[in-house]
Design a protein around this ligand. Structure first.
Ligand SMILES: Nc1nc2c(ncn2[C@@H]2O[C@H](COP(=O)(O)OP(=O)(O)OP(=O)(O)O)[C@@H](O)[C@H]2O)c(=O)[nH]1
Length: 316
């Protein structure tokens, strides 16, 4: 039986950061990871793949909507290739859900699909709640509440940025007695995170997204000047406010297009950028995904074009 753990948490809660950390631990490097993202351009698997020689499989589209075929088919395909020796004998599967996923249909599929149930065992659900935005997400988004209700364990992330104790209290109010820890950038023992849990059977496998959410993708060949990128992210975050649920991307900067800059924003907070050593998968285009509520589809790209024009005029 192959153990499967589900890692969930609202948009930008720190799931990829946690998984990168877990996979960098030699005792956990033999994990197969299935990443799911809401958006047309998968970025998380690029970030994970760039950091580690791990097995990453992506199901695009929202896992909770297509889960019965997608997740179960992916799990079984991996298991078949593991059995034939085509893949290394990974010790477990970690499933990173989309930030907007209601975990119920995912767990339901894992527990009810006959082939999966014969070969896999659900270990538990780890839910990440962000100390900075978590309380707001729990207030506003039913998906975030479901993620806590269905959790076996909660990890409060970003305690360096927000009030971890207040978020822990909000979580406990929703789901009393839930084991909970706080950690910066996933610095927590994987043994605690992925200890066996006991997920209750789930009566309601139907998932619903909050209305009006859309993902907007920006893809570009031309590198972007650092100044234009900074001004654009600030303008977007300030203008869109809480309507900008998430922005993340790999960016080719005009100043150094040889390696990608990783950008993140969650609502109006723009995280400090990070760099990857090299472009994952050979694709050197800038790819940015935004998930917004009621942000006009063309607005982000037009704003970027306008700011770039201003910047290049100013530098001329
Ligand atoms: N300061 C601080 N930043 C963090 C911490 N954990 C994650 N981050 C940052 O938060 C941003 C989002 O982290 P991710 O790991 O991409 O979050 P995610 O949950 O995978 O995001 P989605 O896949 O979009 O839902 C990145 O800029 C991280 O570097 C933390 O504990 N402290």
């Amino acid at each position: 039986m192959i153990p499967v753990s589900v890692v969930t948490g609202f948009l930008g809660a720190g799931k990829t950061t946690l998984l990168r950390r877990v996979l960098s631990d030699p005792a956990w490097a033999d994990s197969a990871v299935i990443v799911n993202e809401f958006g047309e351009v998968p970025l998380d698997h690029e970030l994970l793949a760039a950091s580690e020689e791990v097995l990453v499989n992506v199901s695009t589209g929202c896992l909770c909507c297509v889960v019965r075929t997608d997740l179960t088919a992916t799990l079984m395909d991996l298991a078949r290739r593991r059995a034939t020796g085509e893949l290394p004998a990974y010790a477990r599967v970690l499933v990173e859900t989309s930030g907007l996923a209601d975990p119920a249909p995912i767990l339901h599929a894992l527990m009810t699909d006959a082939a999966v149930a014969e070969t896999h065992r659900l270990r538990g659900v780890v839910t990440l709640v962000d100390a900075l935005h978590g309380a707001g997400a729990l207030d506003r988004h039913p998906e975030a509440r479901r993620q806590v209700l269905l959790a076996d364990r909660v990890l409060v992330t970003k305690p360096d940025l927000g009030d971890a104790a207040a978020v822990a209290e909000a979580v406990q109010a929703l789901h009393p007695g839930l084991p909970l820890r706080a950690a910066v950038r996933g610095a927590v023992e994987p043994d605690w995170l992925f200890a066996p849990g006991d997920p209750a059977p789930l009566p309601d496998p139907t998932a619903r997204h909050s209305a009006g959410l859309a993902s907007i993708v920006i893809e570009r060949e031309e590198p972007i000047p650092a100044l234009a990128l900074t001004l654009w992210m600030q303008a977007l975050a300030e203008h869109a406010g809480t309507r900008l649920l998430r922005l993340k991307g790999l960016v080719a900067l005009a100043e150094d297009p040889s390696r990608p800059m990783v950008v993140h924003a969650i609502q109006h907070i723009v995280h400090p950028p990070d760099w990857l050593e090299h472009w994952p998968g050979g694709d050197r285009r800038t790819r940015i995904v935004l998930i917004g509520q009621g942000i006009p589809r063309h607005f982000p790209a037009r704003l970027l074009a306008a700011i770039e024009a201003e910047v290049s005029a100013a530098l001329r």
